[in-house]
Design a protein around this ligand. Structure first.
Ligand code: ATP
Length: 357
């Protein structure tokens, strides 16, 4: 097992006019045995960061240490890491038994019997022992993914690196495999870095989540921390489904006024002192339908989700989303009002986009 310490990581591709800074100023420690999920929009640098940890990219600047051992200049095969990719990368002509045993055949002097014994143990752990004689093309996506995991587990590495390993599976299987993978990782206790673009997956799986945007680390924290205490407007907007409602409000003493008749009286004015304007964020589930509230709007669509309703409405030119009880079923076009508690209000600086409350 290992602690991974990333210091001032920078990775550029190309040069001159063609130059792209894929990752910059990334400082991060992944604790021994921790499940760290990297998440962010397409192109934010997740895969590049993972490939740098793996030793598959020469980094432009910075250092990577495994347990105080500087591995920055080590090649991938010198680092004790096992990778699992989205496309599984199984050998089509080899049986499941051979695919899983492959890393041992390459790296150890164990006999075939000994290797097959280990393969059997790993296959049992993953519930695929009856598939050992099959070829990859005879397997379902979920089974292929288990084989790919088996091939990583059998190496008994210090570190697992996984790049969107579940994205080729259908929604139901994906959710099942999430839980299995988490349990497996906890049982094995192997330090894991996992990449996904899906914030729901990140929230469900990560001990902590590292959120990237434009190559920069925005925040690192537990699901609860990044959801309830986002450091900036990007994190607030990226984490949470449906997304947080965001709009600009004018400040006059303790009064916030905004589009479409929004009006809210603050008890605590300290975050807005000396400001004329502020960005306001309210989560869809933190707004309650009331007779007389500070958020007036006109209902555009009601989406019935069974246990709750998503209510889409317009407050002036701002589109709002709220989550309400499924018994709350206002008709489209109805005038409605919402209330929210001040403790559920998020405020961001208009220019820096950093959280001020
Ligand atoms: P996605 O979710 O779309 O895979 P990502 O967050 O994993 O995105 P990266 O693949 O790390 O993003 O890419 C970060 C940036 O670096 C992007 O602008 C990408 O185009 C660029 N990039 C990545 N690999 C290379 C490469 N080998 N050569 C040139 N540019 C690259």
């Amino acid at each position: 097992m290992a602690t991974i310490e990333i210091t001032q990581l920078r990775k550029e591709f190309g040069d001159g006019d063609e130059q792209i800074v894929a990752v910059e100023d990334v400082d991060l420690t992944i604790e021994d045995g921790e499940f760290m999920v990297f998440v962010g929009p397409s192109g934010c640098g997740k895969t590049t960061t993972l490939r740098c940890i793996a030793g598959l990219e020469d980094i432009t600047d910075g250092t990577i240490e495994f347990d105080d051992d500087d591995v920055t200049d080590q090649r991938a095969r010198e680092r004790d890491v096992a990778m699992v990719f989205q496309n599984y990368a199984l050998y089509p002509h080899m049986s499941v038994r051979k695919n899983i045993g492959f890393p041992l055949r390459l790296s150890t002097k164990q006999s075939t019997d000994e290797i097959n014994e280990e393969v059997k143990d790993v296959a049992e752990m993953l519930g695929i022992e009856e598939l050992l004689g099959d070829k990859p093309k005879e397997l379902s996506g979920g089974q292929q993914q288990r084989v790919a995991l088996g091939r990583a587990i059998i190496r008994d590495p210090e570190v697992f690196l996984m790049d969107e390993p579940l994205s080729n599976l259908d929604a139901k299987l994906r959710s099942k495999m999430r839980t299995e993978l988490q349990e497996l990782q906890k049982d094995l206790g192997v330090t894991t870095a996992y990449v996904t673009h899906d914030q729901t997956e990140a929230m469900a799986m990560g001990d902590r989540i590292a959120i990237l945007n434009n190559g920069r680390l925005q925040q690192v924290g537990t699901a609860n921390e990044v959801y309830r205490e986002p450091t900036n407007e990007f994190v607030a907007g990226f984490i949470g489904s449906p997304s947080i409602n965001l709009f600009t409000a004018e400040v006059d003493g303790a009064t916030l006024t905004g589009p479409g008749g929004f009006r809210y009286e603050l008890d605590d004015t300290s975050p807005v002192a000396d400001r004329d304007e502020v960005r306001v964020g309210i989560r869809p589930e933190d707004m309650q339908l009331v007779e007389d509230g500070s958020v007036p709007s006109v209902v555009t669509v009601v989406e019935n989700m069974g246990n709750e309703n998503f209510l889409y409405s317009e407050m002036g030119e701002i589109n709002l989303t709220t989550r309400v009880d499924s018994k709350m079923n206002p008709r489209e076009g109805a005038d409605v009002e919402f209330h929210f508690d001040e403790e559920d209000l998020y405020l961001f600086d208009l220019r820096t986009e950093q959280a001020i409350k």
